[in-house]
Design a protein around this ligand. Sequence first.
Ligand code: GDP
Ligand code: IMO
Ligand code: MG
Length: 449
Amino acid sequence: MKNEIIVPDGKEVNRAQAAKKADILLGLQWGDEGKGKMVDFLTPKYDVVARFQGGPNAGHTLEFDGQKYVLRSIPSGIFQGDKLNLIGNGVVLDPILFRKEAEELAQAGHNLQERLLISKKAHLILPTHRLLDQANEAAKGKAKIGTTGKGIGPTYTDKVSRNGLRIGDILDGFAEKYVQARNRHIEMINSLNASAIAKGGSPVALDGLEALEKEWMQSIDFLRQFRFIDSEHFVNKCLTNNKSILCEGAQGSLLDVDFGSYPFVTSSNTICAGACTGLGLAPSRIGEVYGIFKAYCTRVGSGPFPTELFDEMGKKMRDIGHEYGAVTGRERRCGWIDLVALRYTIMLNGVTQLIMMKSDVLDTFPTIKACTAYRVNGELTRDFPFSIDKGVEPVYEELPGWQTDLTHCSKQDELPEAFINYVNFLERELATPIKIISVGPDREATIWR
Ligand code: GDP
Ligand code: IMO
Ligand code: MG
């Protein structure tokens, strides 16, 4: 293939330079920012939607035409016409949960076969990965991460330690590879169980494994009806052929394995760079980066959360915002917006435009607080420190609430002045434009600025 091509204005340019760029939408907090809703909303502008990391630890909710869906592994572009959706190489896939998700969608009249592609390099979550996740947590005792229990950590551990099983392996020598991995996992579970018992915890039972394996193998067969592809070639060819791609992040930047509140994080790179490794995109191929955040902040699972509220205010946010996990049903911890953390994640991701979600949840709050700095061991800082675990005290600015029902607003000029002031304040503090505002869970409850 010749590397130089002629573009419409007659110039000869390098093929790579002429290609389109992929846009990325990702969460800037601890997940559950509303990524599913916004990916669905933006999909009509794109040809392909691609997940690049995470797995069924994600729960991406979207609502339209009075219907609500929660997606875990399938990209949120699946409901918008005949767009192609890709599960990229950076994703970890549980065949059993995938099958349930796909069958539910098929029952609701959404056929996936023609529109869903799966990377041959995506790693498989084995039944024993799920048990290992539970055994790891039990062995940690009080120091547990509070994972979603879906086997995410153990699957990525096997990937990095070069023991993983991939989608492509289904096509070649699969049974043998599977048995090897399962036997290794059982040894590990037995050893973790001993630690858990020593700490007064309960061991993970292995007696249900056989039934789980049977279901898993049937689900592997179900998977075979989908197209397994070399997705790095696919995404790059799409861009060269001027097709547009939206990459859908899972979790949030504060759960990133390198930059999040380690060790209370997930096991993948949730930041923008994760889309490069999770899809085979060069950094020069990244275009817009949509950073999505809630007008306040939530976290599910263990780990530090400087602006967490333990009072009635936090309870009010949880009640009005229905802050319960889409995957585990666990209560989400709630608190004020943290601008120190947001500045940090905007920097890490090179965010070009912001999307603010769940603004309506604060409608009845008389005043709104925003953390603009931390006092760390007595010293004021606006930079996110190495640890937010101890000695971090949030410094707040208080703004008047808007005390207006935003769910009735459909255009920018209908938004109340106090709300606009809050948005302008955030834009100044974050030095990034807020381009979209969400005022309700439905696809329609979205305002462009
Ligand atoms: P994701 O993981 O980032 O896709 O987010 P989740 O689906 O886990 O959580 C977001 C929740 O907020 C879902 O229940 C959405 O239906 C809901 N939601 C999204 N946007 C809004 C909004 O603007 N207002 C309200 N009240 N709810 C919203
Ligand atoms: P979406 O994509 C919120 C959290 C878990 C736990 C930690 C590690 O819906 O925003 P894991 O199972 O990944 O090993 O758990 O990460 N967590 C999430 N929190 N939203 C998510 O996904 C999450 N995925 C994982 O609660 O604290
Ligand atoms: Mg979620």
